[in-house]
Design a binder for this molecule. Structure first.
Ligand SMILES: Cc1cc2nc3c(=O)[nH]c(=O)nc-3n(C[C@H](O)[C@H](O)[C@H](O)COP(=O)(O)OP(=O)(O)OC[C@H]3O[C@@H](n4cnc5c(N)ncnc54)[C@H](O)[C@@H]3O)c2cc1C
Length: 422
């Protein structure tokens, strides 16, 4: 198949892809041929990463043209899904069969494969990231071979959060749960010092809880509580919650943006996939004109980390649209930012000014350093490779895996060189 060379960027527009060739195969056979023939290659999902991880010095391949198959095994509670599908596409089709995945990120627009490749997560102290639902995957490796890995295989824990460095993932098998209903309530204005004694309790106040702050004043601007409709917690009431007041109308977590872009609130129950993300599929998620950064660290340091960030509030706030705090249960995936630790995540949605944002990102890394922050692989960070190696004790094993599946380094790029030293 022939390459096209249209100029392309990531979703945020802050990365102009340098890959000279772009392919959109329509079949597995075409994909295998593209990968086998390329000297350098990298898969592009939906391009929502904020850094250059999806770029390649050679070919870039989109799997969006492969058949969008999903195959539900009701008895086993599993779905085999084409890697290029978005969670939005997958979710509505699963729900029609009365199934769900356990959790979703803030937006449904991202591809299943791209999200799992980076350890993308939602919130909830009992909810692991989206990659943790993977029980198997199929990938086309550097020479065009098809490799299948399943939970229980030695390499499996290294292959799920793979940063695109092992091959082109064509299909994933995900664990399912029965479809469920969620209701969402937004509360406003909570003094940050309430978190000193109640952080864990507030985060456990729903199935998935997000705290928002602009770091301008010592307060949470909003709390989004997504509760299982069957639990009814917190009750639909006009009573304050930890002194936060219920928002009287629907809200958008990003200041100045319309509530219509956000999923339904005010306690109205609805299907899991229409409540767990903050943003609706038919609108641009978040602000659109933005950059993002996020760090995960052990949940027990949450309150100390809040104080550390508060001390840098005067540097953070001027560059920030909004900050979000979430929790994620630990997992066993070698490169997962929640690897073997129940985590709190501090997220920053920035104004779209890379030069002005980068020094603040470094400052945040310094503020959080005592707590062992692991950056979100798909966002903007300046963490040196040495610190990443210190954070992930299975990183050497991951590099062995990469050498095994990709001995000539076809799937290497500037990002892997910078972050992994490969
Ligand atoms: C508005 C917005 C909101 C976000 N909200 C959240 C959130 O709530 N939680 C969170 O954790 N993250 C969030 N993110 C980050 C986002 O989830 C990640 O960057 C995710 O990786 C994006 O998926 P993608 O398909 O766009 O991946 P891409 O950016 O296209 O690619 C990411 C990486 O995956 C690799 N890759 C993609 N597909 C394949 C494949 N089939 N085979 C091999 N490698 C592949 C690429 O090579 C690249 O290395 C958000 C991003 C945006 C823009």
């Amino acid at each position: 198949m022939t390459a096209t060379a249209t100029p392309r960027t990531n979703w945020a527009g802050n990365i102009a892809f340098a890959a000279p060739d772009f392919y959109r195969p329509a079949s597995l056979a075409e994909l295998r041929a593209v990968v086998a023939r390329a000297r350098q290659v990298r898969v592009l999902g939906t391009g929502h990463a904020f850094n250059d991880m999806a770029d390649s010095p050679g070919a870039q391949v989109s799997l969006a043209g492969l058949p969008p198959e999903i195959e539900v095994d009701s008895a086993a509670g599993l779905v085999r899904v084409a890697a290029g599908l978005t969670y939005g596409d997958l979710a509505s089709r699963l729900d029609r069969q009365r199934f769900a995945v356990r959790n979703l990120a803030s937006l449904p627009h991202i591809s299943v494969a791209g999200a799992c490749a980076t350890g993308t997560h939602g919130s909830g102290p009992a909810n692991q990231n989206l990659s943790a639902a993977v029980t198997g995957l199929e990938l086309v490796t550097a020479d065009g071979d098809i490799v299948e890995l399943n939970r229980g295989d030695d390499a499996f824990g290294g292959a799920v959060v793979h940063l695109g460095a092992l091959g082109a993932v064509t299909r994933l098998i995900l664990e399912l749960v029965p479809s469920f209903e969620v209701s969402q309530r937004v509360y406003e204005d909570l003094p940050l010092d309430v978190l000193d004694d109640h952080f864990g309790e507030i985060m456990a106040g729903g199935y998935s809880v997000s705290m928002f702050t602009d770091w301008r004043a010592p307060r949470l601007t909003q709390l989004w509580i997504k509760s299982l409709a069957e639990d009814g917690t917190p009750p639909v009431t006009d009573e304050p919650w930890f002194t936060a007041t219920p928002a009287p109308t629907a809200r958008n977590p990003v200041p100045g943006l319309p509530a219509a872009n956000s999923t339904a609130q005010l306690g109205e129950p609805g299907p899991w996939f229409e409540r767990l993300p903050h943003f609706r599929p038919e609108f641009t998620p978040s602000a659109g004109d933005e950059l993002q950064t996020e760090y995960l660290l052990p949940a027990e340091h949450a309150v100390d980390a809040v104080h550390a960030l508060q001390r840098a509030g005067d540097r953070i706030a001027p560059m920030l649209r909004i900050g979000e705090i979430r929790t994620i249960a630990g997992d066993e995936l070698w490169l997962s930012p929640a690897y073997r630790q129940d985590s709190v995540a501090f997220h920053f949605t920035w104004l779209p000014d890379t030069a002005a944002v980068l020094p603040v990102v470094t400052l945040i890394e310094q503020q959080l350093a005592p707590f062992g922050p692991r950056p979100h692989w798909g966002k903007i960070f300046t963490t040196p490779a040495a610190d990443l190696h210190a954070s992930y004790d299975r990183l050497p094993d991951f590099l062995d895996l990469a050498r095994h599946y990709d001995p000539a380094g076809k799937f290497r790029n500037a990002y892997t060189a910078r972050c992994l030293g490969r």
